[in-house]
Design a protein around this ligand. Structure first.
Ligand code: PGA
Length: 264
């Protein structure tokens, strides 16, 4: 049984003070959510402030990006080892804002994915189609291409340890959430693909998160899908109560694997 992962992507939000307060509030209430993994990803400059709050508890922290090189003359970049040094366990890679606003390619994301694993960080690799691609019936092809290119060169063992986030670009920050069945279709395709490219064991272990306008009122239905193993939450992760309400939906399902619907 895959343990649900509820990850908060704070994006370029918060101040030192609000970041620490948000982490504190999540941490204080976290004992009620032991059935899921909780992760927060603040901006780089607040990682240590958040780490100081979360140290010794169960809430994990990670970053929103990194560079693939181990060190050197790369002005403005942050390495995987630096993130590890800040206590990060995870790093989000290839988020749609990095792909589409900042021009990151699958090849760059692949280098980062390999470097993250090499440093012992778990990459959360994002894939997702544009609205125009969905409307043109290209969703499956786009996801497969992003998967094959962004995740090339992994062993089956590292594939199993990787987290994938399916985030349809048209659903991010728009309030337009994918219908649970729409999301489930892509998640099931991804798991089939992992089984084909690697093996059934890796496919069974890998956690595939859904992201894109996940809110307390739609989380339960999404998380009830058999191939949705958690959520990557943007806007709603900035309020502890909303983030934890999403975690609560995951907690209920985690304790209920027998009744988890196989189809919907
Ligand atoms: P959203 O963002 O929840 O605000 O739509 C999700 C994401 O970008 O990871």
């Amino acid at each position: 049984m895959r343990k649900p992962l509820i990850a908060g992507n704070w994006k370029m939000n918060a101040t030192g003070e609000t970041a620490a307060a948000l982490a504190r509030s999540i941490s204080d209430q976290s004992p009620a959510y032991g059935a899921v993994d909780l992760l927060v990803c603040p901006p780089f400059c607040y990682l240590q402030a958040v780490a100081a709050v979360l140290e010794g508890g169960t809430v994990l922290w990670g970053a929103q990006n990194m560079y693939h090189e181990p060190g050197g003359a790369f002005t403005g970049e942050i390495s995987a080892a630096m993130l590890k040094d800040c206590g990060a366990t995870h790093v989000i890679l290839g988020h749609s804002e990095r792909r589409h606003v900042l021009g990151e390619t699958d090849e760059a994301i692949n280098k980062k994915t390999l470097a993250a694993h090499q440093a012992g960080l778990i990459p959360i690799v994002c894939v997702g189609e544009l609205l125009s691609e969905r409307e043109a019936g290209q969703t499956g092809a786009v996801i497969r291409r992003q998967f094959d290119r962004s995740l090339a060169g992994l062993s089956a063992e590292l594939m199993a340890a990787t987290v994938i986030a399916y985030e349809p670009v048209w659903a991010i920050g728009t309030g337009k959430v994918a219908a649970p069945q729409q999301a489930e279709e892509v998640h099931a395709d991804l798991r089939r693909l992992i089984s084909e490219r690697y093996n059934a064991g890796a496919a069974d272990q890998v956690r595939i998160l859904y992201g894109g306008s996940v809110k307390p009122d739609n989380a339960a239905e999404l998380l009830a899908q058999p191939n949705i193993d958690g959520a990557l939450v943007g806007g709603a992760s900035l309020k502890a109560d909303d983030f934890l309400a999403i975690a609560a939906a995951g907690t209920l399902l985690a304790g209920d694997d027998v009744d988890r619907p196989q189809t919907r």
